[in-house]
Design a protein around this ligand. Structure first.
Ligand code: ZN
Length: 152
């Protein structure tokens, strides 16, 4: 089992979101979207966002990939709904720091389950994929993102 170092609780949350992803559908009201791809693992996903000014009114995703990438996207949609762009960008920084260093700074809520991912470098890109797609969607670029281009 690859998650020997993660606590049972964290494993359960991740497995639950992997098997039963939240907000897993297209979004008819979407005002923007972005795709993410992690070629190393084969993860692919597409985020749909319905923005109302600066606020994310609704968000959903579709895609396929490993458990970590799906659970991360699922928890992301739960976590950012109702937040402003600025709040989401600062959350992105917190999550990025957490999955690369294992340090949890500030209140990241349930996203803390991914802190253990930093011990598995190959999985960091799986965990951060949806966040890069989100950032791309919010920046207005909507360009497909690939974790290949990120320096970790
Ligand atoms: Zn993956």
């Amino acid at each position: 089992m690859m998650f020997d170092d993660l606590s049972d609780l964290y494993q359960q949350v991740i497995l639950d979101h992997c098997k039963h992803p939240r907000n897993f559908h297209e979004l008819p009201t979407a005002t923007c979207s972005a795709q993410g791809r992690n070629p190393l693992c084969g993860d692919q996903l597409k985020l749909f966002l319905a923005l109302d000014g600066e606020v994310i009114k609704d968000i959903s995703f579709l895609g396929s990939g490993c458990c970590i990438s799906k659970a991360s996207a699922s928890l992301l949609t739960d976590s950012v709904k109702g937040k402003t762009k600025a709040e989401v960008l600062s959350l992105f920084e917190q999550v990025h720091e957490m999955v690369t260093s294992g340090e949890v700074k500030g209140d990241v809520g349930k996203l803390a389950v991914f802190a253990g991912v930093h011990k598995f470098p190959a999985r960091v890109k799986c965990a951060i994929l949806a966040w890069h797609a989100l950032k791309s969607a919010l920046s207005g670029a909507g360009e497909p993102v690939s974790t290949e281009t990120e320096e970790m």
